[in-house]
Design a protein around this ligand. Structure first.
Ligand code: HEM
Length: 148
């Protein structure tokens, strides 16, 4: 009878062979969770509690916030961290519950595709948003635009 020695998972030889993506994903979920707590609750407090509360949120309020690079970067950081966090979490759930390889691969591809599309579109919106586009019909512009 032959016996086989299984290498300890944390041995130097096992660890140095490849990047442990699952470990980095696990760490990312914790680190992004902590940062998201600040970003999400900061977002909710500034938008819904301070100033005029929830009634203040309208087109002009959003336009005012996105005129300030601080809030553009806040929202983009929230978008990226939450989408990558949510997508990685969904990847874990799919890997845990879907055993058929073809279905699993399809779902993982859909999650990755949705994450990339939403990150690209959301980032473009945050950085290119212009409430008073030049050449727009005056009637379509909000009241605070000079061309109105
Ligand atoms: C308030 C900030 C948040 C904190 C502190 C947080 C924290 C965490 C942590 C620590 C995990 C890992 C759980 C585990 O491995 O057992 C996790 C998983 C997950 N999170 Fe978040 N999260 C936050 C926001 C979000 C948001 C905004 C989304 C959606 C976009 C999201 C979606 C998920 C998903 C889908 C999982 C996987 C659940 C699972 O493995 O069963 N989380 N979260």
């Amino acid at each position: 009878m032959t016996t086989q020695t299984i290498e300890a998972p944390r041995s130097a030889a096992a660890a140095s062979r490849t990047t442990n993506w699952e470990k980095w994903g696990w760490l990312y979920m914790r680190a992004s969770g902590v940062v998201l707590l600040v970003l999400i609750f900061g977002h909710l407090i500034v938008n819904m509690v301070l100033g005029g509360g929830v009634r203040q949120v309208d087109f002009a309020f959003v336009a005012g916030k996105w005129a300030n690079p601080f809030w553009q970067w806040w929202d983009v950081a929230m978008l990226w961290l939450a989408l990558i966090h949510g997508s990685n979490g969904m990847r874990t759930i799919v890997n845990d519950y879907i055993s058929r390889p073809a279905v699993r691969k399809t779902l993982l591809a859909c999650i990755l595709g949705a994450c990339i599309v939403l990150i690209v579109l959301g980032t473009l919106v945050c950085f290119t948003f212009n409430p008073c586009p030049v050449g727009a019909h005056a009637a379509d512009l909000p009241s605070f635009c000079p061309a109105r």
